[in-house]
Each structure stands twice: as C-alpha cells, then as structure tokens.
Design a protein around this ligand. Sequence first.
Ligand code: GCB
Length: 602
Amino acid sequence: MKRFLTALTLSAVVSAGFAQEIPQLGNVLNREKTSLNGAWNYIVDVQEEGYYDYRMNPTPWGFFLNAKPQRPEDLIEYDFDKAPQMQIPSDWNTKDEKLFFYEGTLWFKKSFNYSKKANKRAVLYFGAVNYEAYVYLNGKLLGRHEGGFTPFNYDVTDFIKDGENFLIVKVDNKRKKANVPTQIFDWWNYGGITRDVYIIETDDVYIENYNFVIDKTGKKQIYFSIDLNKNEEGKAVQITFPELKINRTFTSNSDGKISGVLKFKDLTLWSPENPKLYSVILKLDESTLKDEIGFRTIETDGKKLLLNGKQIFLRGISIHEEKTNGGGRANSVEDAKQLLSWAKELGCNFVRLAHYPHNEFMVREAEKEGILVWSEIPVYWTIDWENPATLSNAKNQLKDMINRDKNRANVIIWSIANETPHGQTREKFLSQLSEYAKSLDSTRLISMAMEVTSAANYHNKLQDNMNKYVDVISFNQYIGWYRDVNDAPKMTWEIPYNKPVIISEFGGGAKYGYHGAKNQRWTEEFQENLYQENVAMIDKIDGLAGTTPWILKDFRSPRRVLNDVQDYYNRKGLFSDKGEKKKAFYVMKNWYEKKKQEYDKK
Ligand code: GCB
C-alpha cells in the first residue's frame, strides 16, 4: 500500500531539525576531530525511490530514516545493513564496476559511536561530495549542498547523540544545465563522497578562519584578520610565531573579529627555491590551532610577473585530480605526492589545478615542495549565464575555494573560468565573479583561460572584453591538434593588453608505445613534433610569463570514445595513465631547463 502525505505532515518532516550550514572552518586538517572515513553502506537509487513517492513528491518515509521492520508484517523495501560497502573517501565509478558510467543517485550510510564531549560543539565536515548532497543525521535533514569540489560543514551539536548514531547522505551527480559545471565537460564525472568526512570538536566560541599576509610595500609587518564563530566582544586570541619572536594577544570586537599588524625583524620569504613556512599558534581560551604559514608577494608590472619583487617564469603543467594508476579521484597525501613528483621531474615550479578546486592535500603538499598553484572553479564552456541560481552557485564555489586556501603562500592565481563563449551575458556573469574574488582576496591575481577568436592570415589576435577583469591574460590554443601543425612556424601573435601572458593550454594526444611517422595521429612522434613546433612558436610571444601545457597524464573522459586509442581516456598526457613517459615529455623538460637558465640569469 502506498502512503499518502498531506502538505502539513510533509512540511513538518522536512523542517524538523533543519540545521543551517555554517561558515566553512579554516585549517580543518589541524583541528581536533574524529574521522568518519572508512566503510559506508550504499544503495543505488536510479529513480530516487528513497526520496520521492510515486507522485514525485518528497516522501517522509525516505531512506534517510534507516527504517527497520518492527513487526513481522511491516513492509520496508530497503536495508542499508544488507547493502554493499564502499570505502570513503572515493568515487563510485572506480569502486563498483557496475557504476563505471553511472550518473545519478546513491545513498550512503555510516553508523558510528560517538561520545559527546562536555562543553564542546560538534561540526560535521565534508571535504567534497560530487555533486549534490542531502545530509541527514539520525534521520533529520541537516541541509542540502551543491557543488562537487569544495568543503561544507554543519553544526550538529544538537543532533548528535552519545552512543550509536547514523549519518545518511544522498548523493546525486546527474548533469544539469544550471549546474557548475554544466552538462558537458571533458573529464570523468566521478560521483560520491570523494573527500574526507570528519566531526570536528570545538569550543563554544572558536576561531572560524583567519588570514596572515605580508605587507607588499616592504615594511616589516604582517597584516592579519581572525574571525570567530560568534559576535562576541572581548575574546582574547594569542598569536605566536616562535621563530619570528612574535607573541601578541588581541581581543575581538563586537562582530567577533580581530585584525591588526604584527611587526618582525626579518623573515625568509617563501619561494619555489626555498619554500619556507613558519609555525603559528593561535590560542583562544584553552584551545590552540596550529598552522604553517609562508609569506611572499605576487604582483604584475606591465607584462612582467613578479614573485617577491623578482621576475618569474611559470614552468607549469595542467593537472586533473585523478589517481596515477587506474584513475579514480585523487584524494590523499600519497596521490598528491605522486602527481607532484611527476610535475617536478618535468622541471615545473607551477601547476594549474584544472578545472575545479583540488583537494587540500594537493595544495598543501605543493606548498611544502615549492610549487606555485593556479586554482580554478568549474565555470567551464557553456554555463547557464542568465540563471541567477547558477551565478550564486559559482560565487559560493569561489568563496569556498578562497576561504579554504587563502593562507597558502603557493596559491598565486584564482581562475574564474575556462574557454567560455563570448557574449554579454557571459561578461556580466564573469565580471561579477572577478569583482567578488577581488573583494574576498586582494592579495592574489585573477585570471581565466580565454581563447583566440581571430586567426586570419596566420595572425592570432586575442580579443576579449574580459581583459580588464583579469590581472593575467591566459589563453588556450591547440595549434597542431585542432589545427595543422605546419601552421605553427607561420603564426604571429598579438595580445593587445599590458599584462603578463600565460598559455594555459596547448598540446595533443598520443597513445603511449604507439610509434610511427610524425604526421601519424596518435603516435608519440606526432605529439613530440607538435610540442617542438609549439615551444618554438610560443617562445616568441610578447609578455609570455608561463605555460601550463595540457596535460600531465592521460585522464578519463566520456567524450573520448575512439576504440583501441582513447578507450575513454583523453590521451593528451605527457605521461600515460600508468605513468609511462611519452616522447613529448622530454621536449617540454628540455625547454623548461632552457627557460630556467634564461630566468636564473635575470
Ligand atoms: C580544452 C579544455 C580541456 C580539454 C582540452 C582537450 O580546451 O579546456 O578541458 O580537455 O581542451 O583535450 O580538448
């Protein structure tokens, strides 16, 4: 028998226990916490039976209740405890072969024991869930989150119990026009709880986030700001940088904020050559929060890019967040180390983390290893420019990306889009994103991957009205792949803006181990020749400040269907998906060695 639902009971169920998502907590990795990673049960729910009744109305009897038959005659057509398990964090596509191409809904359940700590708050944190999540604790809805690559958290102090608890997450990665990214994109739509899940234990009043930045004018001082979770006046926060001999205490204003200046005698700036980080300890009441902070400046001077006041060339590579062997979402320190070690072998001092914010391990590991970062939101190709909900979603993802990584010295560029089609609605949308990014963080550079729109008579002119909204002009070009490689030597370039230029993509595909003539598509020789022609061509571009060729390694994409060659991999990697180096790797490596020598002499 189907159960019918009145409007009254539905609203009662949905609103019962609805907890607001709270502002993102910074520096989660160094907070006191309990991990909820590990085995979770999952149910594949193609028609969202666990959410909608047979009239497509949300049902109060959904899977989030984790119901069990109470009497022999009870009908309950699901049982999490009999459902298979999956290790979290992960993507379902590579964890269950039946789900390789699946895009839709899965329900995840984790039962766990918890002992409530006296006078502590409990904050439930997700590093990322792709794409949409409904989160329920002990049968009560905490909230809905949209966007697959940024963290979110709920205050669950009043929902979590001493003893047995169950957490249920409905995850849906169906493609939709209004989403960010939208329906089409050239990477695998890995679904699931793809990053870590924690319960963070905090005091009632805690440090929500903070920021430390060095003075650009060369004065020996650090500007800082600290946000408390509550608007409490007079809370004292002690800031200690032991190595810099800084130990000061400040008190919050009535908005629960503290800002000020810290003077120091001398410090070593963070740089790729010497990625110096300083320990900082923030103490509020009896709780301490530690971090490692680096200081550097990044600015432009006409077409020059200056790191710590000195001209730099960004020897970069684009990277997708995918594991190095067998694919799947990369989500651990080990994954980050592996990917970055390949970038270092190539001679890189810079990575473009395409096309969405990567996990925090990746950014922190790169910081430790002296690798600069371009971080991006998935405003990619044909976004639904006129939809206000799409804009606010993009803004949220931008805010969450910046809030998570604003203390990382290696992040120098926030990218707000990739290869978007020109037009007024796009300009309105992107200019708002750019202004928003600047309002959140005025210490970094803004860019976006643009395209060359006119290339008559081998003359490439970059014309994009968004030029005034970026600090660095970046563009993608595929001469040799989507256009004849023999055109490369004839090409001239005009970038009519007085700003540094990054070639944010160039490249072409090759299947590792496939050899032949240099005009034979998919051979390593074809790709090698393409790279030779490209580096010779782009070296002549006025104001060139860096490149991030496409891409470090072959990555999965549903758009790449050619059997025996692509097999659902985009083959533009310099490494194969298994980590074998293709011939083009050495072309790029040699060119980067040359560029390094050229800039070391400056
Ligand atoms: C691009 C996109 C990138 C694709 C690449 C390709 O311009 O930005 O996401 O994967 O081209 O391989 O065509």
